[in-house]
Structure formats: structure tokens, C-alpha cells
Design a protein around this ligand. Structure first.
Ligand SMILES: C[S@@+](CC[C@H](N)C(=O)[O-])C[C@H]1O[C@@H](n2cnc3c(N)ncnc32)[C@H](O)[C@@H]1O
Length: 218
């Protein structure tokens, strides 16, 4: 029996969260999908995705990564995206229908994932943790570990500041508050949440790096 539940209504409310929810899903989709595509092939490799896997994409936004994941796992696998923004879920479902792929989408929060323990082989989260205040990051990571099967992988992808000190200074002070985000700061949080075999490194996108941990079970 499937662990997933598909809701048909589109007028759902946004559940209450201290996370920074993106309601402008259509514009986000147009602005981000081209830039983010370059990270997808490396995410597939880093997450060690196999045909038939069950994959959860937490904070899926307009669903591009979830839809790519559905392609990777094939018809015997399942890719599920969750996001608090009903607008994002609507756009994601539309994107999946246009791609002819059966990726599933549901309104939900990382801090209370609507799935049973040990459901997924892989949990992905791209550009989401910096949308959560400190305590919510930790709660979210504990939830991500709960829904992973023993041996499952959690792949967190986010920004890494420029390596050059001059460029870093310029970007941090004059260009973008995003430049303060550093994916490496999540490593102790993953360890605290019970992940093991930690790894970190670049992705196929020069702006994005990853942190990966394995759930060894309870
Ligand atoms: C920058 S977008 C990234 C979207 C998508 N992962 C991607 O790579 O294109 C961050 C997403 O995190 C979502 N978000 C905010 N608070 C959240 C929460 N408590 N639980 C899950 N997702 C959340 C936002 O609604 C938004 O869609």
C-alpha cells in the first residue's frame, strides 16, 4: 500500500510555520528553473538514486527537482514533494502533468512531515534550510531522518560563500544577503539529528554545495 496521499483540492490553507514560505510560485519557477537545472545531474549522483527508489523532496517549491527525481526512479519508483505554499503545490502539479510524470505533491511542513517512519530511500532538500529559523532547521532534520529507511541518504543543497576573500567581502557587503548562507554550517545540525557518514562538496552548479548524511536507523 502506498504511504502517499494525493489531495485534489487547490484551495488549501498554508499551515502555520516560522519558515519563510514562498507564495509567488509562478515567478519563482520562471526565475529559478534554468539556473537550478545545472545542479540536478550531480544531485542524482550524490544521492545515489536507483530505479524503484522512493524519494522525498522537502520544500519542493514549483517541483522541478521532484519531477527530475520521478524521471530518475522510473515507473516503479515514487517521487513526492511537499511545501507549505498551496500555490507552489498547484504549480508543481501543473509542471508534472506537462512533463507527463507521476510525481506527487502535497502541502506540508518539514517540521511535521506527513509520512510514516522509514518511508523513503532518499530525502532531498535544495535551498530550503536557509528559509528556516535555527530551531526549525534542527526539527526539520530530525523529521527527515525519521522518514528515511535505515541506510537512506539525506542530501541538503544550499549556497556556499565565494572562496576568494575579496569576492566574498564584495558579495556579502554589496550584493546579496544570501552570501551569508553557508551550507557547511548545517553539518553539526545533521550530526545532532543522528546522521552519520557525513560528506560535503560542490554540486554541478557553481553557486551550490551539498552536505550529505546517512540514516543508520534507530
Ligand atoms: C528557495 S525555495 C526552494 C524550492 C525548491 N527546493 C527548489 O530548489 O527550487 C524554498 C522553499 O522552502 C519552502 N519552505 C518554507 N518554510 C518551509 C517549511 N516549514 N517546511 C517546508 N518547506 C518550507 C518555501 O515555501 C519555498 O518553496
Amino acid at each position: 500500500m502506498s504511504h502517499f496521499h494525493q489531495h485534489s483540492q487547490s484551495s488549501q490553507q498554508t499551515p502555520e510555520t516560522k519558515g519563510n514560505v514562498i507564495h509567488w510560485a509562478l515567478s519563482y519557477d520562471v526565475l529559478s528553473s534554468g539556473i537550478l537545472r545545472s545542479s540536478e545531474a550531480s544531485i542524482r549522483t550524490l544521492a545515489q538514486v536507483k530505479p524503484g527508489d522512493r524519494i522525498l523532496d522537502v520544500g519542493c517549491g514549483s517541483g522541478r527537482l521532484t519531477i527530475a527525481a520521478q524521471k530518475w526512479v522510473g515507473p516503479t519508483g515514487e517521487a513526492q514533494g511537499i511545501d507549505p505554499a498551496p500555490e507552489a503545490i498547484m504549480v508543481a502539479r501543473r509542471n508534472a502533468a506537462r512533463a507527463g510524470l507521476a510525481a506527487k505533491f502535497e502541502v506540508g511542513l518539514v517540521e511535521t512531515l506527513p509520512f510514516s517512519d522509514a518511508t523513503f530511500d532518499v530525502v532531498l532538500s535544495r535551498l530550503v534550510l536557509h528559509h528556516l529559523p535555527g530551531d526549525l532547521k534542527q526539527r526539520g532534520l530530525v523529521e527527515m531522518r525519521r522518514v528515511l529507511k535505515p541506510g537512506g541518504l539525506c542530501l541538503v543543497v544550499d549556497f556556499e560563500p565565494p572562496k576568494s576573500p575579496i569576492l566574498r567581502h564584495l558579495v556579502e557587503n554589496f550584493l546579496s544577503p544570501m552570501a551569508h548562507i553557508d551550507v557547511h554550517e548545517y553539518i553539526p545540525l545533521l550530526v545532532e539529528a543522528g546522521f552519520a557518514e557525513m560528506e560535503t562538496g560542490p554540486t554541478g552548479s557553481k553557486y551550490l554545495s551539498y552536505v550529505r548524511g546517512r540514516s543508520l536507523g534507530k
